[in-house]
Structures are given as structure tokens and as C-alpha cells.
Ligand binder design. Structure first.
Ligand SMILES: [Zn+2]
Length: 81
């Protein structure tokens, strides 16, 4: 990311910013980790800002793991009771 020149491309109604680099790659700010990542780091979402989800794949994976663990714990608990 060092040396990359990003130009402000668009701002969402919630104040979220999208940028483009000098070769036209779209960059978005992750609302969870606050990092600015290229659009390939975000899952497509038709209704999302710039057609992408608010959180990056990395944050999405983290929250998915938490959900799976909670779900497993609930299942385990249900079996014992
Ligand atoms: Zn993130």
C-alpha cells in the first residue's frame, strides 16, 4: 500500500468513502477494521455502496467463524439437555 496514490471517487450517504488508484482500481474502506482495501477484498452486494459489502472479506471471515462457533455451542448444549 505504500506509495499508492488514491483519489477520492465517491462518498456514500453514510459518509463511507471509495477511492481509485492511478490505474482505476476501486478501493473501499472497511467499516469494521477501518482499512482501505481494493474492491476484490469485499464481497459483492448488489444493494451495497459501489456494489460491495461494508466489511472486508477478512472481517467477514472472522465474524463467520464466531457465528459458527456459537451455533455449534448451542447444538452441543441442546444435545445434553
Ligand atoms: Zn475489515
Amino acid at each position: 500500500m505504500i506509495g499508492l496514490t488514491l483519489t477520492l471517487h465517491a462518498v456514500s450517504h453514510k459518509g463511507r468513502k471509495a477511492y481509485k488508484d492511478d490505474i482505476g482500481t476501486l478501493f473501499l474502506e472497511c467499516t469494521k477494521c477501518k482499512a482501505i482495501k481494493d474492491s476484490y477484498s469485499f464481497i459483492n452486494k448488489a444493494t451495497g455502496f459501489q456494489g460491495k459489502r461494508n466489511d472486508c472479506k477478512e472481517c467477514r471471515n472472522k465474524s463467520n467463524k464466531v457465528h459458527t462457533r456459537n451455533w455449534r455451542q448451542k447444538r452441543a448444549y441442546a444435545k445434553h439437555s
